[in-house]
Design a protein around this ligand. Sequence first.
Ligand code: FES
Ligand SMILES: [Fe+2]
Length: 381
Amino acid sequence: MTACAAACADAPSDETLARRYPLDRWYVAGFADELKDQPLGRRFLDQPVVMFRTPDGQVAALEDRCCHRSLPLSRGTLEGQGLRCGYHGLLFDALGRCLEIPGQPKVPTKARVRAYHLREKDHILWIWMPRQAGTAPICEPPDYPVHDDPRYRFGHGSYHYNAPWQLIHDNLLDLSHLGYVHLKTIGGNARLHMNAPTRVSSEGLGVTVVRHMAGSTPPPTYRAAWPFGETCDRWQEIVFQPSHLAIWTGAMAPGEAALDDPARGGFHMRGFHGITPESETTAHYFWSMSANRHPDLPDTLSTVIEQTRFTFDEDKGVIESQWAAMQRSGGPSAWVDIHTDAGGVRARRVISGLIAAQQVAAGAADLSPSAAAGAVDGVVA
Ligand code: FES
Ligand SMILES: [Fe+2]
């Protein structure tokens, strides 16, 4: 490998990125409370990024590489005017402009680093990953009002995965695994899970999977949070979007209401799952869990969050083992699909459709954006 190739190994071209990931999209970069008085470095879609909060409370994101000698800026320190590199002290503002070179009066105009659009919304950090560096977002980040819904309180966490992001989509869109993987927390009767009536539908880039399980055995986490009897009526509603999934689950006393009644009572767990590729083979998984409290029980949120974390630890073990086996013995082309895979298969088609549309748009100068979008919609229709 040449010196240049080695130096550029982490900087794929715009064309390469467009073959790997859906671009011109908001991705989850973390949670707002992660940005305090220290810069935070993460890699998103093969691009090193440093995030920080300015003294006036705004969030900012820059390329995590100093333009002087490439030290990651995440090793630097925050000051009133911006982020100071931890090697020779160049100071950068939130737009990536170098404001000061200690000991050198003139700052060259090319002394700057790339800036990314970062937004703080509903306690979530969203980063815009553009098709072309420097272009502005064409839409607002998704809404997630549950975090400020007074009926719920939430906790959150994150994982770094040694596995591709779409294996996490597969896992979250097929909750039949609960009865085999999560028996200590949110599992329950495995046969009931595998036989639950399931509805799968698509709309735009979204995929929805709904499963209802009347007469289910309340699993341990549900029992810890709610005074269930021997059985409960249980629901799972999963909505996939390319950047994140919202998973509404819960249970109520048998027959208390219709399972598809939006006003149903009982115990509710509302999960947010931001899945962001770090690279083609690694991923960030940012999750939150919101739950309601039974009026006659002490606050059980810490128990719910603790058991959620344990549950997601179990998923990580499964998915990373799955990826290790795939590297030895072959990927999706070697798989046999079963009835529980419908949601995951559709989500994979959404992602591949977005990437295909980017190739079409790049290869056909006369193809309008609306035609490219139509090509994507056609994939999931
Ligand atoms: S590497 Fe950043 S100031 Fe030298
Ligand atoms: Fe799971």
